[in-house]
Each structure stands twice: as C-alpha cells, then as structure tokens.
Design a protein around this ligand. Structure first.
Ligand SMILES: [Fe+2]
Ligand SMILES: [Fe+2]
Length: 291
C-alpha cells in the first residue's frame, strides 16, 4: 500500500521503519567487499535526481509517465540511496561518506546525458525494463547472500520497489509499443544492445572514489580487478537467473514455443546483468579508460 511522505512523494516504506540499532555488526563489519558494494550502491541510487531530470525531459508531455517518475520513481530511488547510506554509516562509521560521494558525483555526474537514451520512447522504455531487471535481481541476490538481518530486510524492501518500477516501465512500454508499431525484432535489438552495453562504469567510479579515500596512493585499478573477481565469484551462486530471464522476456510478448527458443539466449543476457553487477539507474555510458 502506497504511503504519502511529507513532500507528497509516494513511498511504500520509510527509512525510520528499519531497526538500524539492531544491526548485527559482527556479521558484516569485516566484509570489505560488501562495504564497497553497499557504499557504491548508495552513491548510484542517491544520484537518481540526475537520471530523473533527463527522463523527465525525454518524456515531456506524457503526463502519466512523468507524474509517476516525479512522485514515485525518483523519491523511491532516492530513498534507496539514503537508506543504504545510513546502513553503511552505521556499520562503518569511520567511512567519510560525504567526501567520497562528492568525488563520485564530480566525476560521474557529467557523464549522465540525454543523448544516451534510446532512439524512440518505446525502445527507451524497453531498456528501462532491462535496467530495473538488473536492480531487482541484484538486491534479490544481496538478500540471499547476507546473514545480517537488517540488511536482508533492507534488500527485500528495495527489491520490492525495483520490481514495481519494472512493472510501471513495462506498462508504459506497452502503450508505446502499439503507438510506435514496434516489431519484436526492434525490441529484441534494443534489449540486447542495452544488455551488451552493460558494464561497470557506475560501479567503477564509485569504487574509485571510495578506495581513494580509504587507501590513498594505492593501485586502484588492480584493487578493483580483484574486488570484481571476488564479488562475481560470491554472487554467482545466489544470482536469480530465472527471475532475470522471465523479466527480460516479458517485453517481447512471446508465445511459449518462442519462449523456449529464446531462453538460452536470455540466460546469456542474465549472466551479462550479473557481470555488470548493475546497481541502479545509470544510463549507458562510454567506457572508462580503466577497462
Ligand atoms: Fe533503486
Ligand atoms: Fe528502480
């Protein structure tokens, strides 16, 4: 049930509902990889004001969609960032979140541009379904990966929001699919190209800003490669491939025979989502020289 926040935002839950004082620190404080992951996720989520601005301009005139973006999507994504921030600051109080985030925003903010959106509104909405599939499955994986109960609770709440975002983008996508006369081939191409473009720029920029602060002067590129390898290894076992494949298939509106044919292809797509360990709402970005 949607709840109205103080600013007119529609939220399903509030940060203060979470028992941050009951975090079992001993279950998580020593997990450096999860620290980098959660701090990075908080950065990317809390930068949703930039993504919202770009999407509002792109969908100008579509009141149903822009109202939802403004009153639900943005406040919910910002809340994900704020809740993750509070979690990180509670478990790792020595981390200067503000300083690292300022560095991240300075480097990453200018890369979020409207030119990176899809060629048509319908195809952009298909791409948004890919992005929300990425976030929903990643938080689902975090929920299953951790034994810390408050993080489980937080990941479950965020996952529910991300699944609902997927549903909304899908609903609007269906409207444009008809209006734009989008063929399955065009939709598949859009989904595939968004999957193929998924990499880790947002994760990299976040890692770089955090690592710079925690270990100044160290070899960041090497540390990042090791972090990614370890994270991938741990996450592979918990990643919900079926959930990802089902969500990715939906925009194609295939019958069951075609679904059977498409499933192996989508399994590759799901692996690509995991490879990017995509966190949130970033748009497609050029590769960083670290790659
Ligand atoms: Fe989010
Ligand atoms: Fe989302």
């Amino acid at each position: 049930m949607a709840t109205y926040g103080s600013s007119g935002a529609i939220l399903r839950w509030f940060i203060d509902d979470l028992p941050f004082d009951k975090i079992e620190r001993e279950r998580i404080a020593g997990d450096t990889d999860l620290f980098y992951f959660l701090a990075g996720a908080s950065f990317v989520e809390i930068t949703s004001d930039l993504y919202t601005r770009i999407l509002l301009e792109y969908f100008e005139g579509d009141a149903a969609l822009t109202d939802w973006l403004r009153h639900e999507w943005e406040p919910q994504e910002l809340q994900h960032g704020a809740a993750l921030r509070r979690y990180v600051e509670t478990v790792w109080p020595e981390f200067d979140w503000t300083a690292a985030y300022e560095d991240f925003r300075r480097a990453y903010g200018p890369l979020c541009k409207a030119e990176l959106l899809g060629p048509t509104r319908g195809l952009e909405l298909a791409s948004r379904c890919v992005v929300e599939t990425g976030t929903a499955t990643i938080y689902s994986m975090i929920r299953d990966l951790t034994e810390e109960p408050v993080l489980r609770q937080l990941a479950t709440l965020i996952r529910t929001d991300e699944v609902s975002h997927y549903g909304q983008f899908f609903k609007h996508f269906k409207r444009y699919r008809g209006d734009e006369g989008l063929s399955r081939t065009r939709i598949l191409r859009a989904l595939w190209s968004r999957l193929a473009e998924i990499d880790d720029e947002d994760v990299w920029y976040a890692f770089r800003s955090i690592y710079n602060l925690m270990a100044p002067g160290a070899d960041i590129a090497a540390a990042y490669r090791h972090y990614r390898l370890r994270a991938h290894e741990r996450m592979r076992a918990c990643y919900p491939y079926d959930m990802a494949a089902t969500m990715l298939l939906k925009p194609l509106a295939l019958n069951w025979q075609l679904q059977r044919l498409a499933t192996p292809i989508l399994a590759i797509g799901a692996r690509q989502l995991l490879r990017g360990t995509r966190l949130s709402n970033r748009l497609t970005l050029p590769r960083d020289p670290h790659a």
